[in-house]
Design a protein around this ligand. Sequence first.
Ligand SMILES: Cc1cc2nc3c(=O)[nH]c(=O)nc-3n(C[C@H](O)[C@H](O)[C@H](O)COP(=O)(O)OP(=O)(O)OC[C@H]3O[C@@H](n4cnc5c(N)ncnc54)[C@H](O)[C@@H]3O)c2cc1C
Length: 224
Amino acid sequence: MTMRRALIIGGSLGGMFAAHLLRAIGWRVDVFERSAEDLAGRGAGLGSHAALVAILKRIGIDMSAPLGVAIPRYVWLDEKGGVVADVPRPRMMTAWSRLYRPLKDALPAELYHAAKSLVRVEQDARSVTAIFSDGTRATGDLLVGADGVRSAVRAQFLPDAKPEYAGYFAWRALHAEADATPAQRELLYTRNAFCIPDGELWVSYTVPARDAEVTPGKPDYNVV
Ligand SMILES: Cc1cc2nc3c(=O)[nH]c(=O)nc-3n(C[C@H](O)[C@H](O)[C@H](O)COP(=O)(O)OP(=O)(O)OC[C@H]3O[C@@H](n4cnc5c(N)ncnc54)[C@H](O)[C@@H]3O)c2cc1C
């Protein structure tokens, strides 16, 4: 039987997970990513969950290095920084690069096609064809639209599904642990912190540094 071929549009986290999971069940995959750059520097902190660890293991990603920074507690602060509640609740905070890098490195380079921007999809009863802005085409048995919140795949097949402004926005920043005061380090670096001033929400937690470093003194502090 010839190997079935999946065309994955978008080479970020969603595309990488789809690629590895399909390869694990015997598909040939090709990932087409619009960006010409390496994506690893793109994101900041991410929470992790048991399901994420289970999928990474299933894909065969080496899990011997720490996935992130273990945070033992949650703290709720009032508007002046006073502690309202401080409870044990362990959580592992990871980073975008810490997830993306091993997923990308585990995919054979010839299956990843950078600087390929999908413009249109054509399909018939037997196959699906992706058409790219440089005029090239790729044909397969399945196409996965992992091309993000402004997906070209979704725009073609579900033209009425458009992103809507939710009524709020987020400021996001990373603060180097080396720049923190001892008091900030003691209260915040071991806790997932929340503060809820009127009409606003502050969430902050320690994450691995941009280079995925998690040893003390190296992680960043992620503030939203
Ligand atoms: C500031 C910020 C903070 C975030 N924080 C968190 C967090 O704390 N926890 C969490 O779980 N998530 C967080 N997210 C969301 C997280 O980044 C996304 O969940 C994740 O990146 C989604 O992955 P994705 O592969 O679905 O889409 P994306 O990462 O958006 O990737 C889509 C990919 O498709 C490519 N693409 C787009 N159009 C085309 C096209 N026409 N042809 C080919 N390629 C195309 C893009 O270049 C991109 O690489 C955050 C996002 C942002 C912006």
